[in-house]
Design a protein around this ligand. Structure first.
Ligand SMILES: Nc1ncnc2c1ncn2[C@@H]1O[C@H](COP(=O)(O)OP(=O)(O)OP(=O)(O)O)[C@@H](O)[C@H]1O
Ligand SMILES: [Mg+2]
Length: 427
């Protein structure tokens, strides 16, 4: 029996790609969706269970009962917020999934720091602070120092993350982290994190693990805005690093994957490499990298990572060997200021070497200055044979894009994770 495939969350480009891959393989596709946006599921589904995804225990019960009734043979998610739920459901159903006892450590960055440290992985010093007294204590101590990073415990998409240069900015940053909310009306988190700042260049490692054996598909270079609120403005892959650095990055990613119990499925490990080639793991997610990284893997390396992930979830051998050797990059367009978007010009059209463009902001609508990934206005992908050619073309295209934003009163829209961004954290 081929078995049905159940996706946790059916919004966002990665969910759509997983659903398409499963349907192409001849599987019926079901989804577990949340009470608030089940009507938004854009996919052709054989069925869906609507459940409160913020109530984990009940969601596990309801989803497993549904999966048994519908002959589900694979459960997977592209959604950062649901990776622990996916592990719990897979364990209950006896399907290939991640270790349910460790899956929490891929969501909760305090637990993550402990698990990674115990596994010998280099991570920024991390303090969980429950109130202002603990916050002041953490900032006064030598362990963290300045600049530091203040962030929510289990956020995504850079929502609520601030790089804090000095004590003066800490209170606002702490408020920003406390205000950030997940997409499912989760309970307010008990604390926030204060983390040492890791200086260097940012990369991520895109990996797929099957039966505890990990294949690193690519290392991705990230372009990130500077300043207090960091937003990823580009991803390029595959990048080549000096051999010793590349070995260190892979080694740390592999140790992190094991430490958070990833046994079957995708992972996205974010690292900073400093001037001496030392690698620090900022975080690991038990899902495919967002920001159209799946598309980049397809165009640069000929890898159909979505089909591979469906196969992994079904317990079948997955094709993870590159079939082409090119390069691909995605660039995100952001607004220079908060206000009303009055015009857009020069945004690329799809064509040879530009396989994908997506504009999502509305002319006449309010936009934020880039403060979190959800603030990005649009994206385009450039692909080709060589890194130099692709990066040059992407830079040229990016320079042609002009957005006009009239400053308007009202400040920024509060940090939140949009439905499009939580699955893939992409516009
Ligand atoms: N300890 C750190 N040192 C240096 N930079 C950091 C640190 N923590 C976070 N950052 C910066 O802030 C960005 C967002 O932080 P982080 O990855 O923890 O948030 P996130 O909400 O999980 O984001 P995403 O889901 O987009 O990966 C990072 O990509 C990095 O640029
Ligand atoms: Mg991150």
């Amino acid at each position: 029996m081929s078995g049905a495939v159940l996706l946790l969350d059916a919004t966002g480009p990665e969910s759509a790609a997983l659903a398409h891959a499963a349907a192409t393989r001849g599987h019926r596709v079901h989804a577990a969706t949340t009470t608030t946006d089940h009507h938004a599921a854009p996919l052709e589904l054989s069925g869906q269970i609507v459940t409160d995804l913020a109530r984990t225990e009940r969601a596990v019960e309801e989803i497993t009962a549904y999966a048994r009734r519908h002959g589900v043979g694979a459960v997977l998610t592209a959604n950062e917020y649901l990776t622990e739920l996916a592990a719990l459901v897979c364990a209950d159903l006896g399907l290939p999934g991640n270790d349910p006892r460790l899956a929490h450590a891929a969501r909760d960055k305090a637990a993550m720091a402990s698990a990674l440290t115990a596994a010998g992985v280099r991570v920024p010093r991390t303090r969980l602070v429950l109130d202002d007294t603990e916050l002041h204590g953490a900032l006064a101590g030598a362990a963290v120092g300045f600049p530091c990073v203040i962030k929510p415990v289990s956020g995504a998409g850079s929502a609520g993350v601030t790089v804090v240069p000095s004590p003066t900015e800490a209170a606002t940053a702490a408020d920003t982290a406390r205000r950030a909310r997940g997409p499912y009306g989760e309970e307010v988190e008990a604390g926030i994190l204060v983390q040492a700042y890791a200086a260097g260049d940012e990369y991520s490692v895109e990996s797929v693990t099957q039966d505890t054996v990990t294949t690193h598909l690519a290392i991705t270079r990230k372009t990130v805005t500077g300043g207090a609120r960091r937003v990823e403005t580009g991803h390029s892959l595959p990048v080549r690093l000096p051999p010793a650095t590349e070995a260190a990055v892979r080694h740390e990613a592999e140790a992190a994957i094991r430490a958070v119990g990833i046994r079957h499925g995708a992972s996205h490990t974010e690292v900073v490499v400093d001037a001496d080639g030392r690698c620090t793991v900022i975080e690991i997610a038990a899902r495919l990298g967002g920001g159209h990284i799946g598309l980049l893997l397809q165009h640069a390396l000929g890898l159909d990572v979505f089909t591979a992930l469906v196969d992994v979830a079904l317990g079948r051998p997955a094709a993870l060997t590159p079939t082409v050797h090119g390069h691909a990059t995605v660039r995100f367009v952001t607004s220079p200021r908060a206000g009303r978007l009055t015009s857009l010009s020069g945004f690329p059209k799809p064509g040879p070497g530009v396989p994908f463009v997506r504009w999502r902001a509305v002319i006449g609508g309010l936009v934020n200055a880039a403060g979190a990934n959800a603030d990005r206005l649009g994206a385009f992908v450039v692909t080709g044979q060589s890194e130099a050619e692709v990066e040059q073309r992407a830079n040229t295209l990016a320079r042609r894009v002009h957005v006009q934003v009239d400053a308007s009163p009202g400040g920024r829209v509060p940090d939140q994770v949009s439905s499009a961004s939580r699955s893939a954290i992409a516009p």
